[in-house]
Design a protein around this ligand. Structure first.
Ligand SMILES: Nc1ncnc2c1ncn2[C@@H]1O[C@H](COP(=O)(O)OP(=O)(O)O)[C@@H](O)[C@H]1O
Ligand SMILES: [Mg+2]
Length: 242
């Protein structure tokens, strides 16, 4: 679908001028000869977008398009004007990605080392200051030097999120970031995701989190079947499951 047709899925831009948005233009993703996303077009200009839908509906594939982890078989994806295929490196620098399982993301033996890794190449003084600030902001100030493997599940997800946020991504993409957490930790991670300065796109089964976003997309069988205000889209999802 040409990009001129995309505004059907557009939402009021919150003080954003184009191209400061994510454009998904006629995207099909095929795997093993099967389309797992089918002709998806959307323009995401809200500060916080929730992606909801049943297991296997295409949420993870969709959010992985946004940092180029998945490339379209047909169509194109741009983030603030950068094409995920052509400008892959610039896109990776701009987009932070939080996975469901923080173990997949924590690369270093301790929280301090993991946070420092995200800032590598910057002046040492700046790294020291920002790592201390991040530990404090995520309630990990006394957990910085213990083995990361000894952190609780909630603390691991806090660390994974902190390691992404510390690099100041313009866009934060999260794939079911609260699924493995208890209610208290899910709320805490949700608060941090929603409050951050970065634009957020979050795939989630946590409908409380989805309801707190500014916009929602509903996926069904590889296509967007509803797009709009979260309460309305969540209602459509509930009705589709009834
Ligand atoms: N790499 C892959 N190879 C083959 N099939 C895949 C691959 N990734 C996802 N799929 C299939 O695509 C569909 C959508 O998957 P996914 O995007 O993970 O959905 P969701 O995140 O909503 O559960 C599922 O049927 C899944 O099995
Ligand atoms: Mg998924």
């Amino acid at each position: 679908m040409p990009s001129e047709a995309a505004p059907s899925a557009a939402i009021p831009a919150v003080g954003e001028a184009a191209p400061s948005a994510i454009e998904i233009d006629g995207v099909t993703v095929e795997r093993d000869g099967r389309a797992i996303l089918r002709g998806v077009s959307a323009r995401l200009a809200a500060r916080r977008t929730a992606v909801i839908g049943a297991n296997g509906s295409g949420k993870s594939t969709f959010v992985r398009l946004l940092n180029g982890l998945v490339l379209p078989t047909v169509g194109a994806v741009t983030v603030d004007g950068l094409d995920t295929r052509r400008d892959a490196r610039a896109v990776r620098r701009r987009v932070g990605f939080v996975f469901t399982d923080p173990q997949a993301q924590i690369l270093m033996p301790t929280a301090v080392e993991d946070l420092r890794l995200s800032l590598r190449g910057r002046p040492r003084k700046e790294i020291d200051r920002r790592v201390a600030e991040a530990l404090h902001a995520h309630g990990l100030e006394d957990r910085g030097d213990i083995p990361a493997s000894a952190l609780s599940g909630g603390q691991k997800q806090l660390l994974a999120l902190a390691s992404v946020l510390i690099a100041d991504p313009a866009l934060l993409v999260a794939d079911e970031p609260t699924t493995l957490l208890d209610l208290r930790n899910a709320r805490r991670i949700g608060d941090l995701l929603l409050a951050g300065p970065a634009r957020l796109v979050v795939a989630t089964h946590d409908l409380d989190l989805a309801a707190r976003c500014d916009h929602a997309l509903l996926f069904d069988d590889g296509a967007i079947t509803a797009s709009g205000d979260p309460a309305t889209v969540i209602d459509a999802y509930r009705r589709s499951c009834a």
